[in-house]
Unconditional design. Structure first.
Length: 345
């Protein structure tokens, strides 16, 4: 029954346009981009044309018999009875001639299924295997990502002024992640890439970042109302690590297996290093707005480690700097700890 519906659909599509003495007009893409196999399309068009020819031939013969029947001057009931008999006879004749064409619907369906999977009409096993191996290669990709995290500072010393007056702080990052799956079936892959990170330290309690005569950075109480007080630093970040994918092996046919490296549950661990692009002390309050790009003793280099849990394109991560946030003795031993989420990592 399903095959009959498919066949009817094909025939209706092509024979209707042929009956109108017009060829179907499609804006078809190239063979590589088409959703329909060129061989299937050609076969169905040929079949539809042959069916239309049969219908037109039998229709002319049936019309001739009906005209002859009209000339006999029969009563209405008798005319209708003989007319129905003629229609049934020609319908059976058309059906038989169509069956005699020997259209192999199973073969056409198999060709379309193969084309949908592989975008090819190859028939030999050798060519098919080559196409499968090419289609299901190990993942080698460079994809964009975006992440956002809540940041705090940790140290193993007594709290300093920054620890006591630090407000909500965050890390915003975007860039490109490089995936390198070790083999078609391997759950392991190398991760690397490049990212642009903006780390923002915010202060509470009407405190601002300030410098003394010797350019030493400290926190200073502002005598007035503050709308915002933050120190924002941008870094170019490069990660390097490994990722393990828990998705199951899939079969592509012909004894070829593969693992979809970008899908399913994944665990990754990497180290990272970064170089400072700029640092900006932003302060606004009581009608005063300042943006100072001077040196506030932020570390020009950062490095640390990250652990990431992912499902498909969504990830959560923990990132910990091994380097101090500030250099020299400025807010000594404070290191960034970031909890966040990422898309497409």
């Amino acid at each position: 029954m399903i095959k009959k519906f498919i066949l009817i659909g094909f025939v209706c599509l092509f024979s209707a346009t042929a009956y109108a003495q017009k060829k179907p007009t499609f804006n078809l893409p190239s063979k590589e981009e088409s959703d329909v196999s060129p061989m299937v399309k050609e076969k169905v068009e040929e079949y539809a044309t042959e069916i239309n020819t049969i219908i037109q031939e039998e229709k002319k013969l049936m019309e001739a018999e009906l005209l002859d029947l009209q000339s006999k001057g029969l009563e209405k009931n008798e005319f209708n009875k003989q007319k129905a008999d003629i229609a049934d006879r020609f319908s059976e004749k058309i059906d038989q001639r169509i069956r005699d064409l020997g259209f192999d619907l199973d073969m056409v369906i198999q060709k379309q299924v193969r084309y949908s999977l592989l975008n090819t009409d190859v028939t030999s096993k050798e060519e098919l295997r080559v196409k499968l191996l090419k289609k299901f290669r190990p993942t080698r990709s460079l994809d964009g990502y975006f992440s956002y995290g809540v940041m705090t500072l940790t140290n193993n010393l007594s709290d300093n002024d920054l620890d006591k007056h630090m407000g909500y702080s965050n890390n915003l990052e975007f860039g490109f992640k490089f995936n390198y799956q070790f083999s078609r079936t391997s759950p392991w892959g190398l991760i690397s890439g490049v990212g642009f990170s903006w780390r923002t330290l915010r202060l509470d309690d009407n405190m601002i970042f300030a410098k003394d005569a010797n350019s030493n950075v400290h926190l200073q109480k502002y005598q007035g109302s503050i709308d915002k007080s933050k120190l924002r630093t941008g870094y170019i970040m490069i990660p390097l690590g490994l990722q393990y994918n828990f998705s199951k092996l899939k079969s592509a046919g012909m004894d070829i297996q593969y693992r979809d490296y970008n899908k399913g549950f994944k665990v990754g661990a990497n180290v990272y290093g970064g170089i400072k692009m700029s640092s900006n002390n932003i302060f606004k309050g009581d009608g005063f707005d300042s943006r100072d790009r001077a040196n506030y003793q932020v570390n020009p280099f950062v490095y640390g480690g990250q652990v990431t849990l992912s499902y498909n394109d969504f990830s959560i991560f923990v990132k910990k700097d091994f380097s101090n946030f500030f250099k020299d003795d400025t807010f000594k031993n404070d290191k960034a700890l970031i909890f966040g989420v990422a898309l497409w990592w």
